[in-house]
Design a binder for this molecule. Structure first.
Ligand SMILES: NC(=O)C1=CN([C@@H]2O[C@H](COP(=O)(O)OP(=O)(O)OC[C@H]3O[C@@H](n4cnc5c(N)ncnc54)[C@H](O)[C@@H]3O)[C@@H](O)[C@H]2O)[C@@H](O)CC1
Ligand SMILES: [K+]
Length: 566
């Protein structure tokens, strides 16, 4: 489990540290520069004994200051270092200015222009133009050099670029590469396809081989375009741990004892226990101290998964299988008469009940042992489907709404929000999200011309608040938010990249995993977080060739490996 920070949080931590008097900004900058150099030698160990040539591109702020430190440290190791400065040296902030002057005592600094930059080749390129302070798109020579480095003229620098904190131009809150205001802003001009033209971006694809950030990763490294432009992200400790204020965490507690890669979040909750006393982390991850001997199918809940009609039953079975494999005690598929035979032919451990329409569903739900209901996968969009959704929500059960159960409310989302309750989880993909929250989707998809840009994290948190329940916004950067603002990112990027997870039915299984965990008593946020995490773990363990049916079958091995949910 790793805490993700916004740029503002990072600045606040740094300021708190400096205000304490225990560390100076200059010391932090030195540690940051050292961290970058360490990361370079970890990535290219062969350079330790073979000094190289390097271009260091320094910007007008403290990101540039880190660059001057890196330049000095590499020069001290015998490297041939060329430093370029973008901006007015007289306006450098104090610590950056100090490092600029130290460098200038024995060396030179050249003004950054594309022409000057392209004069000579270098083995390595350090991008220290902008970091957490980026507030507008790259301009002038910064834009020219960055876009040249990212291939505008056909050269590919990406294997030799080390970005300090971020590829310059990437907004670290939203993971969006900021773009110039498009010419259409305020005066819409549509192109031939009817699309509004967009502004220029210096890069849209991998920019750096390595991005070295400090203390904690930032949201922008893990959402939206961040993962595709950062290369890989290395986090270097610069001694700020004690100033990092973790909301809800008592000083001294070890919230990161259960480190799960690239996940989490805004602040942390203290560890809590569920009723069977396994430990549940902030992240919703259950780790049993020892195997539960009291487990019983009736204490692990009974999930009801609603099936679509004849010929549309597979999605519900995938969800049901997911719920059962992840540990629900019992799972029943509720199917209309026309789909009974089809389901009966393919279900064994999962039970089957006929259920036609809202009235029969109401009767079924009088059985209080059904403690969670999942509906949406393959449900269809016929007019009577809405009645099923409303019936389930009125029954006040833990509920997972996915796919058609969400699409059903396109253009009438308010009707859904009125009946949703806090024991629900919505699991939209991008299209479904836009149907329920069109204004948020529009903000998210608008050109990002200033920082911090509106992010998937912002959109999901707003959606959860509006819906009054947990929203899990799917993608390789799945964002999960609760109405109270708690938020986590489950990243399937970098070393957790599993592109084969984008396969038909994979979302149905995810809905089933959440359902199964809620049946076992996890709260909606914990269930959504844990399910999203395990979903990616299953895909990683299985590997390419995966189809949705494989995901539930991978669960036992994943749980055994992680030693959880026993
Ligand atoms: N926060 C921390 O704890 C630490 C920060 N350090 C470094 O300091 C960086 C942040 O420094 P700054 O806050 O000075 O910000 P930056 O160095 O990222 O940006 C400098 C300034 O440029 C201006 N600017 C923003 N976008 C621009 C654009 N497109 N064109 C021209 N000017 C633009 C802004 O006024 C901004 O403050 C971090 O990314 C990191 O590299 C490290 O030195 C050590 C510790
Ligand atoms: K940078």
């Amino acid at each position: 489990m790793t805490e993700l920070l916004t740029a503002a949080q990072m600045r606040a931590i740094e300021q708190a540290a400096i205000a304490s008097g225990e560390v100076t900004g200059l010391e932090l900058m030195e540690r940051a520069g050292q961290g970058v150099v360490e990361a370079i030698f970890e990535e290219w160990p062969e350079y330790e004994s073979a000094p190289q040539s390097v271009a260091v591109l320094c910007g007008p702020g403290n990101n540039g200051g880190d660059g001057f430190v890196v330049a000095r440290l590499l020069a001290g190791k015998g490297w041939t270092v060329k430093v370029f400065l973008y901006g007015d040296p007289d306006k450098l902030p104090a610590d950056a200015r100090t490092n600029y002057e130290i460098w200038l005592a024995d060396n030179q600094v050249e003004e950054l222009t594309e022409r000057a930059f392209r004069k000579e080749p270098y083995s390595l390129h350090i991008d220290a133009l902008f970091g957490t302070g980026l507030s507008r798109p790259l301009e002038g020579e910064a834009f020219n050099v960055a876009s040249h480095m990212s291939g505008r003229n056909g050269d590919d620098y990406s294997d030799s670029v080390v970005a300090i904190d971020a590829p310059s131009g990437l907004c670290l809150d939203s993971g969006t590469v900021l773009e110039e205001a498009p010419p259409s802003l305020g005066h819409p001009i549509f192109d031939q396809q009817g699309q509004e033209p967009r502004g220029r971006k210096p890069f849209q694809d991998r920019f750096a081989a390595l991005t070295v950030t400090f203390d904690s990763p930032k949201f922008g490294h893990f959402v939206n375009e961040g993962p595709s432009v950062c290369g890989q992200v290395v986090v270097k400790d610069i001694g700020l741990e004690q100033w990092r204020v973790l909301k809800g965490t008592k000083p001294g507690t070890p919230p990161r004892s259960l480190r799960l890669p690239h996940s989490v979040l805004l602040g942390e909750r203290p560890l809590v226990k569920d009723r069977r006393k396994p430990w549940i982390s902030r992240f919703g991850f259950v780790r049993c101290k020892k195997a539960s001997t009291k487990g019983h199918k009736y204490t692990h809940g009974h999930a009801l998964v609603l099936s679509g009609g004849h010929g549309k039953t597979g999605a519900a079975r995938l969800a049901a299988r997911g719920a059962l494999r992840i540990g629900a005690g019992l799972v029943t598929v509720g199917a209309p008469r026309a789909a009974m035979m089809e389901n009966a032919c393919q279900l064994t451990a999962i039970m089957l009940r006929q259920m036609d329409g809202a009235d029969e569903l109401r009767t079924l739900l009088q059985d209080s042992r059904f403690n969670v209901v999942c509906l949406g996968p393959g449900l269809g969009l016929a007019a009577d489907r809405e009645g099923l959704v409303l019936e389930v929500l009125q029954a006040n059960r833990a509920t997972v709404l996915d796919a058609d159960a969400l699409t059903q409310f396109e253009d009438r989302a308010e009707a859904l929000f009125e009946v949703l309750h806090e024991n629900c989880v919505l699991t939209p993909h991008g299209g479904e999200f836009a149907r329920l929250f069109p204004d948020l989707a529009e903000k998210l998809n608008a050109p990002a011309t200033t920082g911090p840009a509106y992010s998937k994290v912002d959109a999901t948190r707003e959606a959860a608040k509006r819906a009054g329940c947990v929203v899990l916004f799917k993608g390789p950067d799945t964002v999960i938010a609760a109405p109270n603002g708690l938020c986590s990112v489950n990243s399937a990027h970098y070393d957790r990249s599993a592109p084969w997870l984008a396969t038909a039915g994979s979302g149905d299984v995810l809905a089933g995993f959440i359902t199964g965990l809620m049946a076992r008593g996890l709260d909606p946020m914990q269930a959504a977080e844990t399910a999203a995490y395990l979903h990616v773990e299953c895909a990683l363990d299985f590997g390419p060739g995966l189809i949705a049916e494989d995901l539930p079958e991978q669960i036992p091995a994943v749980l055994r490996r992680l030693d959880v949910l026993r």
